[in-house]
Write a protein that binds this ligand. Structure first.
Ligand code: PEP
Length: 252
């Protein structure tokens, strides 16, 4: 059974309600191909507008983070069930910006992921090395450490995103060979954790994916789509990346 590609847009702290409305109207006008799961992850405050406008469409809705507790004194955090109540089905966890700027660790990311899955969300779990670690030859050691917490998760509700930190928002993209090498390593790690179920886990590449480079990245055998930041903010460029994923060879 082949893995359906995913193209997920991480909007970060962009697009309030007005801009979200314009984006949704524009993307609904695009002739999107079948065979690709498209997901947008707007800021929390824009989720209700997106949910209303995208209801009944094929575009899924995700959040950019989620807390592990169901409720309580956790100022500024959002519980999994609060997202489910809004029609959210996906949650990004462990993004490198959360790790670098907001104290996210492998352990807290794992707790978020487990709670999100327990509430019925599918987790997009981010891993990736910094430039310093790559240049020190420690890419695989970092990926091994970051992926070591995945074991208790449900592979059926897990998507992995390989996002080399040096490629995020920099315009510098991993080559398809670099992406495939990291994805193959991660697939092997998933096999160790989940056995045969690892073959069904989608591994997305993230880091300056654009319409111009998406097709060559998505052609790699273990690259099952993309997690897209900047280029997901515009409906035309996001649609072009979705079309690139639809044209990629099937992933077994
Ligand atoms: C991201 O933040 O997940 C990302 C991949 O950003 P960009 O596409 O802008 O590099």
């Amino acid at each position: 059974m082949s893995r359906t590609p995913i193209v997920a847009g991480n909007w970060k702290m962009h697009h309030g309600v007005a801009a979200t409305t314009s984006f949704c109207e524009a993307i609904l006008d695009e002739a999107l191909p079948g065979g690709v799961q498209a997901v947008i992850c707007p800021p929390y405050t824009s989720i209700p507008a997106a949910a209303m406008l995208l209801a009944g469409s094929s575009i899924g809705l995700g959040a950019q983070n989620v807390h592990w507790e169901e409720q309580g004194a956790f100022t500024g955090e959002i519980a999994p069930a609060m997202l489910v109540e809004l029609g959210v089905e996906w949650a990004i966890v462990g993004h490198s910006e959360r790790r670098a700027m907001f104290g996210e660790t492998d352990e807290t990311a794992a707790r978020r992921a487990a709670a999100a899955q327990a509430a019925g969300l599918t987790v997009i779990f981010c891993v990736g090395e910094t430039l310093g670690k790559r240049e020190a030859g420690e890419t695989f050691a970092v990926l091994e450490r970051q992926s070591s917490v995945l074991g208790p998760l449900d592979p059926g509700r897990l998507v992995l995103a390989y996002e080399p930190v040096w490629a995020i928002g920099t315009g510098r993209t991993a080559t398809p060979e670099q992406a495939q090498e990291a994805h193959a390593f991660l697939r092997e790690r998933l096999r160790g954790a989940f056995g045969d179920a690892a073959e069904g886990v989608r591994i997305l590449y993230g880091g300056s994916v654009k319409p111009a480079n998406a097709a060559e990245l998505f052609a790699a055998p273990d690259v099952d789509g993309g997690l897209v930041g900047g280029a997901s903010l515009d409906a035309a460029s996001f649609s072009a990346i979705i079309r690139a994923a639809a044209s990629a060879p099937p992933k077994e």
